[in-house]
Design a protein around this ligand. Structure first.
Ligand SMILES: [Zn+2]
Length: 278
């Protein structure tokens, strides 16, 4: 990019199909290039989300994962191959994406997010516009949600297991009446389904990763239609369900910040307005 106000000729060519969209245009492409997205978890979801965002021209991506590549990851985690087994996922993904997408600045954090390091890790590289939860464990999801609420940073959380996928857009700055991950899943609630326990097909993960990346780009471009909504995909019937997630007055993460209006809305449950798509 020549400067912050215009695209180079090469950028115009590279991103021509997305610049063609009225929702993007040159201004939107520059916004994408100036954005910093943090991806927590570089497994099945994180692999594909990171690649799609780098390919779309996101200027700054931080990849966080303490796991190492295993043989059983390869059918879903398409950035990795046999020679990567045993290496840190965030580091391998960063090296490969940096070679393929030179316009994107990639930073890797090769450790798990813990209660002890999360504040430091998420401030290590300055301001960020969007958090993407691509993890596979409940504790980290709760941790990321808490940081997102406390730091007033938008968060898009995705998950996939068996033939079920889920997507949740959390942005209480934009929609103070909407809930957070903890409103939906209180921390003491048991969540048993993971890829390790119930299995998954690669394209099921890829479908949810693509939706998360699409939602992320729209969010960066200022489209907030999906904020405060929970989307569920059934990979057998190929149907989507959508529900509003209201802020819960009982939520220990976001409930205490509620004003009078939030308290009123918090009494309803998340199944209030459910739509079904086929
Ligand atoms: Zn909440």
């Amino acid at each position: 990019m020549r400067n912050s106000m215009s695209l180079t000729d090469s950028d115009f060519l590279r991103y021509s199909r997305q610049v063609l969209l009225p929702e993007v245009g040159e201004k939107g492409q520059i916004t994408i290039a100036k954005s910093h997205v943090v991806i927590i978890g570089v497994g099945g979801l994180g692999n594909l989300v990171a690649q799609q965002l780098a390919a779309a021209g996101v200027g700054h991506i931080t990849l966080i994962d303490g796991d190492r590549v295993e043989l059983s990851n390869l059918p879903r985690q398409l950035l990795f191959n046999d020679t990567d087994i045993g290496k840190n996922k965030a580091l391998v993904a960063k090296e490969k994406l940096s070679r393929a997408y030179t316009q994107t600045k990639l930073i890797e954090v090769s450790e798990h997010l813990t209660q002890a390091n999360i504040s430091q890790v998420l401030t290590v590289d300055g301001h960020y516009d969007l958090l993407l939860d691509c993890t596979d464990n409940f504790e980290t999801r709760q941790r990321v949600n808490r940081v997102a609420i406390e730091s007033c940073t938008p968060l898009i959380s995705a998950s996939a297991a068996h033939f079920h996928g889920q997507l949740l857009n959390i942005d209480q700055q934009h929609n103070p009446q909407s809930g957070c991950y903890h409103c939906l899943f209180p921390a003491d609630m048991a969540v048993s389904q993971t890829c390790q326990t119930v299995g998954i097909l690669g394209p099921m993960v890829a479908a949810m990763a693509s939706m998360q990346a699409l939602m992320a780009l729209q969010h960066l471009l200022g489209d907030r239609q999906s904020v405060g909504k929970l989307f569920r995909f059934d990979g057998k019937s190929f149907s989507w369900r959508e529900a509003r997630l209201p802020r819960s007055s009982d939520c220990v993460i976001c409930g205490q910040k509620q004003g009078p209006l939030g308290r009123e809305l918090g009494s309803s449950k998340f199944t209030s307005t459910e739509k079904e798509y086929v």
